[in-house]
Design a protein around this ligand. Structure first.
Ligand code: GLA
Length: 732
């Protein structure tokens, strides 16, 4: 006994029983995120990068004691609290029940469980040693796609309500790269997805939105972060991300003095303090990120696979081609005119006719955008026989019927506004302020949620054959005040958050009852494209701008984050560019039309009919294939994008000239294709030829995949051949 005690003291003095750090490695197929406790039991990120073969080695990563005033570990916190030791941007700020604003988080426990094949979930529990605040971090790993979906829950264990002042989804830390290059986006109506490359400065660079609804109008919550140098299509380290939240967001990139980078992403805390009752838990939205060390192409292919398998509604399914009447008629139509357009849809060969804005409201008819929104009864003058008649006529014409709605909004000139002023987000003491002549309904109110659900439920109940919905959202929130929150004595600052929760709850109900109906997510163009909303939608409208030249760039940028099957592209008369070019650009995604078919010349009609057929026969490759960006239109005078089938037996190559300089034709050398099987033999056929034109390419030649990917192929683009679509098929 004496000897044993002696041994114990010896070991103790040798530090053997000193507390060991806890290391948590979260691994996908190719990358790892490693967390470790410090001496104070605070959890920090010690590694983000390529996965090591032997996970035990993560424990040897030297601690990067980045000190301020002798305190270590304050930079890399996995969820930085505020008001205690932290001096940097926090992930969490809480006003505790006693009014104190200091929070500390210490590691408590963690575990990893299997969710399904290839999907695991690591949960990490952190707790404040003084206040009963508990934070759980969730890391859902989609191994094969190298995607992590990260979110947090915050639990109030205090006896009184606490106020969440900031509550991020994720607080990432990149300890090692010297330079960080951010590709983010800005925009406005019809000018979505304008990219900007920023070498991140020391201090904080922020992406954010405070618009309430239509939140991507100025900036979407999508970004790419390259480490060391800007990643290219095929090289470089890159993190591609999207915050899955359709409301206000804030994403801070804080480069510290040690050249580490902190990324804190979540709901925007601006005017959004959230009250948590005792025992209540708050779940943040998810940050979705995909990491690659082989460039942007690999990252976006993985992001697409993830979206199709796990997020986008019916991601691996099929889609309906359509004819929309928005640009063809605007508000000026009646049922006779519409029935006439159905015949056009059939003539074109598309699956469906989509009736856009203007079909509803009687007291204040919807003949423009200043009246009627909110009154979802058929306008008796335009549609005396009702929607049912249109659905039947469309069916008789051989096409399905879809419909536009904007159920979250109201025109002050409407019966809904007159009846339910209390449902409208407005500041009673101030003059109303409008966006597109309309206001937003208060979706924090369950009665309003019932109303919005009812708009759709009514349409489907009365017209079960309605096959498609375009769900629009044109206004932002001004004068944020909710009568409902006031009646419940809840803080007004919850409105921005409860609005989105209310919206998702309506969409959950809708999907429970109508799981399959395809729905397009639209917000005055691409004002709401995120992976929060996309779990309910099969596709989205990227921009009202359908000028094909502009569209090449918008589609190009969107293609980094979102798969082609979800990107609705329509052929319209917005620009005077030739029909072939417009058509070829729309084909790079989910193709549709918004034209008067009877205005097409016989050649244009024949071309369009053949193009719809081509699209049909290639749609499985376009929708389910892998995307390769071949030529960057920001750098070269033409854009080149390919889709390749999973078995590499078929591919489509889209090529668009984006400059009309004579120099352009001279600069097109063979383009090196990607994604093919080097050992397979392929034939290349040009499709979508306009009547009377012939391909200048040799349709008989057979090439190996190796040749096409190393020597390349010249699509022979000239100022006369400004768009070239190639079908690439294996020759057995
Ligand atoms: C928004 C949409 C358009 C169209 C109009 C109808 O602007 O983006 O596609 O549906 O509303 O008012």
């Amino acid at each position: 006994m004496k000897n044993q005690l002696l041994l114990f003291y010896c070991l103790l003095s040798a530090g053997v029983f000193a507390q060991r750090a806890t290391t948590i490695s979260i691994e996908s197929k190719d990358f790892a995120l490693v967390l470790q406790t410090d001496k104070e039991e605070r959890l920090g990120t010690i590694y983000f990068g390529k996965k090591l073969a032997n996970a035990v080695e993560y424990e040897s990563i030297p601690r990067q004691d980045r000190k301020v005033d002798g305190n270590a570990g304050i930079y890399n916190s996995v969820y930085t609290p505020s008001g205690s030791w932290n001096l940097l941007e926090p992930a969490l700020s809480i006003k505790h029940a006693d009014g104190h604003v200091s929070t500390e988080l210490k590691y408590v426990s963690h575990r990893t469980e299997r969710v399904s094949d290839g999907v695991s979930l690591t949960t990490v529990v952190l707790r404040d040693p003084v206040y009963a605040t508990e934070v759980t971090l969730f890391y859902k790993v989609y191994a094969a796609q190298n995607v992590i979906e990260q979110w947090s829950t915050l639990k109030n264990g205090e006896k009184q309500p606490v106020l969440l002042e900031k509550y991020a989804s994720a607080n990432l830390y990149f300890p090692t790269a010297d330079d960080y290059w951010l590709r983010s986006y800005h925009g406005i109506w019809a000018r979505e997805m304008k990219p900007e490359l920023t070498r991140l400065p020391y201090g904080i660079h922020t992406l954010d939105s405070k618009l309430g609804t239509r939140t991507n109008l100025f900036q979407p919550p999508s970004f790419m972060l390259s480490f060391g140098a800007p990643a290219t299509e095929t090289t470089g380290k890159v993190l591609m991300a999207n915050l899955a939240w359709s409301g206000n967001f804030k994403i801070d990139f804080e480069k510290d003095s040690y050249n580490g980078l902190r990324v804190i992403a979540g709901i925007n805390p601006a005017a959004s303090e959230y009250q948590l009752a005792p025992g209540q838990e708050f779940k943040t939205p998810s940050l979705i990120y995909c990491y690659s060390e082989n460039g942007l192409g690999e990252a976006s292919r993985n992001m697409h696979r993830w979206a199709k398998n796990y997020r986008l509604l019916d991601g691996n399914g099929t889609r309906l081609t359509l004819l929309n009447n928005w640009e063809a008629t605007y508000f000026d139509f009646d049922e006779k005119k519409l029935v006439g357009l159905f015949a056009g849809a059939k003539k074109l060969g598309v699956d469906m006719f989509l009736l856009d804005d203007g079909w509803f409201a009687n007291k204040y008819p919807r003949n423009g955008d200043a009246a009627g929104l909110g009154d979802w009864q058929e306008n008796k003058k335009k549609l005396p026989s009702g929607l049912g008649y249109l659905v039947r006529e469309a069916t008789a014409a051989g096409v399905k019927f879809g419909i536009w709605v904007e159920p979250e909004m109201v025109n002050p000139k409407s019966e809904l506004y007159e009846k339910h002023l209390d449902w409208v987000i407005r500041e009673p003491q101030r003059p109303e302020h409008y966006f597109r002549n309309q206001l937003v309904l208060d979706l924090s109110n369950p009665e309003v949620q019932d109303h919005v659900f009812g708009v759709l439920d009514n349409i489907f109940t009365k017209n079960p054959d309605v096959a498609y919905v375009k769900w629009d959202c044109n206004a932002v929130i001004y004068n944020a005040f909710s009568k409902y929150l006031e009646s419940k004595k809840l803080p007004q600052t919850q409105l921005y958050v409860d609005y989105v929760k209310g919206l998702y709850s309506v969409l959950d109900r809708l999907r429970a009852k109508y799981p399959k109906v395809p729905m397009m997510l639209c917000s005055g163009g691409g004002g709401r494209v995120d992976y929060g909303a996309l779990q309910y939608f099969t596709e989205f409208w990227l921009s009202d701008n359908t000028d094909p030249l502009e569209r090449v760039f918008i589609q190009w940028e969107s293609s980094y984050f979102f798969p082609m099957i979800a990107s609705c592209n329509h052929i319209t008369d917005w620009s005077k560019v030739g029909l072939k070019y417009r058509n070829d650009v729309a084909m790079m995604g989910k193709m549709g039309y918004d034209i008067v078919v009877d205005h097409l010349t016989p050649d244009e009609l024949a071309f369009s009919q053949a193009a719809v057929k081509n699209y049909r026969s290639l749609s499985d490759v376009i929708w389910q294939g892998d995307l390769y960006r071949i030529s960057d239109p920001w750098e070269k005078p033409f854009a080149g994008v390919m889709m390749v089938s999973a078995d590499k037996s078929r591919a489509v190559s889209f090529n668009y000239v984006v400059s009309n300089r004579y120099e352009m034709s001279l600069s097109i050398s063979p383009i090196k294709l990607q994604g093919l099987d080097p050992a397979k033999k392929y034939r290349i056929t040009e499709i979508n030829l306009f009547p009377g034109t012939q391909s200048s390419l040799d349709a008989k030649a057979v090439y190996s995949g190796e040749y096409l990917m190393n020597v390349g192929f010249n699509p022979d683009m000239t100022l006369q051949r400004t768009s070239v679509v190639l079908e690439i098929s294996e020759v057995k």
